[in-house]
Ligand binder design. Structure first.
Ligand code: KIV
Ligand code: ZN
Length: 507
């Protein structure tokens, strides 16, 4: 069984994403999460870049994580000494080797570049550290020169060589040939670093492994310079599920890791992102949903399941919805529907879908409720009486909520990073530990400062039941509270109904 190592560069190349800069506490959170995920190496940063960056790399080293910590350095004394001083386990040195970069950026002779690289490797090895050497722009470097420089650093004692496709011009077949050739000539492990300028970073990384690469450089959500780097979740799941390659990654944390990086970078991944995107295991079309309800591998790859990557399968409603799908969602929520009622509900859902509406669980249950009259409209778990939300430049955002929860008066308060966060925390306080907000999305649906905000939320109860709801209004705090309370109301009422039904069955 082959084993491939995962080298994560979210904190270094990922931070070179235009518009992304991680404060120290974000870097620490990401490093801990990567360690929990099981990556073998964390490239924590570029210690010579600034005092703050040095401090961040050193702080991550001091966390004493299981992963090896790497720091990047150009082949200049200051950079290498900064990396050594930050106490990283692995110093990653790089220098341009392609004609275009040599001519326009470093202006050294090819011999000088080799000599400087060899000296740098020897210096790092003399300091007892592991060393990785990158021939920057390797995929546009003449092959004879590339082989010469890699062999020279190998002779100097380098531990691993990296083959960067710096501007993302490799293609899977050409990259396969390049790595195969290097594999035949070089003894030390080979690592690859692919950029996504043509959308081929994952495919190139995959073909490099097939050609014999031992280690892959990736980032969470594929963030990185320009169009980004190879995506960690994609690369890991291809290698694991298609090739049976062993890695130390605990794949069940992939979604959690993606969500953390999404939150801390503010870069939202599209819903159709493979493996970790919201729609990766969602089914809307009636034909697909029907198949998946019976046997999930009918309309999913089968090689991966949502559970393997920490995801959830979802049957989503829209104009392609089928009867089975609607029946299953209703039955899972505890409704029993006759065929006649199902037809009416089905037609109503189609009508909403045709009007371009995404049908949330709340929409469906409201339709069902009206048609079969199982839940009384006025039956509410939470009845909000008063909400006060304070925010300002000298106040910690605070929310106080006054409500009846199953006819019991409760007053709760919470603080948050902003007014919406504080308000939602106060709402969850009302219902205790029993629910958590797993997804929160807000869109402005009209322009201007008086825009209508539309909020979609997904909440989960302690049995793992998910429930989506929405609300819209000009006040973002009130729209958010409304959406969450709508969802929570239904979850709590359904729970009560389930308990009632169970008691009736027992007696
Ligand atoms: O893309 C690149 O060439 C790099 C190097 C520093 C490895 O990020
Ligand atoms: Zn790069």
């Amino acid at each position: 069984m082959r084993n491939v190592k995962v080298f994560d560069t979210t904190l270094r190349d990922g931070e070179q994403t235009p518009g992304v800069s991680f404060p120290l506490n974000y870097k620490i959170q990401i490093a801990k999460q990567l360690d929990k995920l099981g990556v073998d190496i964390i490239e924590a940063g570029f210690p010579a870049a600034s005092k703050g960056e040095f401090n961040a790399v050193k702080t991550i080293v001091d966390l004493e994580l299981s992963a090896e910590i790497c720091g990047l350095a150009r082949i200049v004394d200051y950079d290498i000494n900064s990396a050594l001083d930050s106490d990283v386990d692995l110093v990653h040195i790089f220098i341009s080797t392609s004609k275009i970069q040599i001519d326009h950026t470093i202006k050294k002779s090819r011999e000088e570049i080799i000599e400087d690289s060899v000296r740098a490797v020897e210096y790092i090895k003399d300091h007892g550290r592991r060393c990785m050497f990158s021939a920057m722009d390797a995929t546009r470097t003449e092959i004879d020169y590339l082989l010469r420089i890699y062999k020279a650093v190998e002779d100097a004692g380098v531990d691993i060589i990296n083959v960067p496709d710096t501007v993302g011009v490799a293609t899977p077949f050409k990259f396969y040939e390049l790595i195969k050739k290097l594999r035949e000539e070089i003894k030390v492990p080979i690592d690859v670093h692919c950029h996504n300028d043509f959308g081929l970073a994952t495919a190139n990384t995959y073909s490099a492994v097939l050609a014999g690469a031992d280690e892959v450089q990736v980032t969470v959500n594929g963030i990185g310079e320009r169009a980004g780097n190879a995506n960690l979740a994609e690369v890991v799941m291809i290698l694991k599920s298609m090739e049976g390659i062993e890695m130390n990654i605990k794949t069940e944390y992939l979604v959690e890791t993606s969500k953390l990086v999404e939150r801390l970078t503010g870069f939202r991944i599209p819903p159709n992102t493979p493996i970790v995107g919201e729609n990766a295991f969602s089914h809307e079309s009636g034909i697909h949903a029907h198949g998946v309800i019976k046997e999930s591998s009918t309309f999913e790859p089968g090689l991966i399941t949502p559970e393997m990557v920490g995801h959830k399968r979802r049957i989503v409603l829209g104009k392609h919805a089928g009867r089975h799908q609607i029946k299953k969602i209703l039955e899972d929520a505890g409704y029993s529907v006759s065929e006649e009622d199902l037809t009416k509900i089905f037609e109503k859902v189609k009508e909403l879908g045709d009007r371009g509406k995404k049908v949330t669980d709340l929409d469906l249950f409201t339709i069902a409720e009206v048609i079969i009259g199982e839940l009384k409209k006025e039956e509410k778990a939470i009845l909000v009486d008063e909400i006060t939300v304070m925010t300002g430049n000298k106040i910690t955002p605070t929310a106080i909520i006054n409500a009846d929860v199953f006819n019991e008066r409760k007053v709760k308060s919470a603080i948050g990073v902003g007014p919406v966060d504080a308000a939602l925390k106060a709402v969850t306080e009302l219902v205790g530990e029993r629910i958590r907000i797993t997804e929160f999305k807000m869109d402005a649906i009209t322009g201007g400062s008086d825009a209508l905000a539309e909020v979609y939320v997904t909440v989960e109860d302690d049995t793992g039941r998910l429930f989506t709801a929405r609300s819209a209004g000009p006040d973002i705090v009130m729209a958010s509270i409304d959406a969450v309370i709508n969802a929570v109301n239904y979850l709590m009422i359904k729970r009560k109904l389930d308990e009632r039904n169970r008691d009736t069955e027992d007696s």
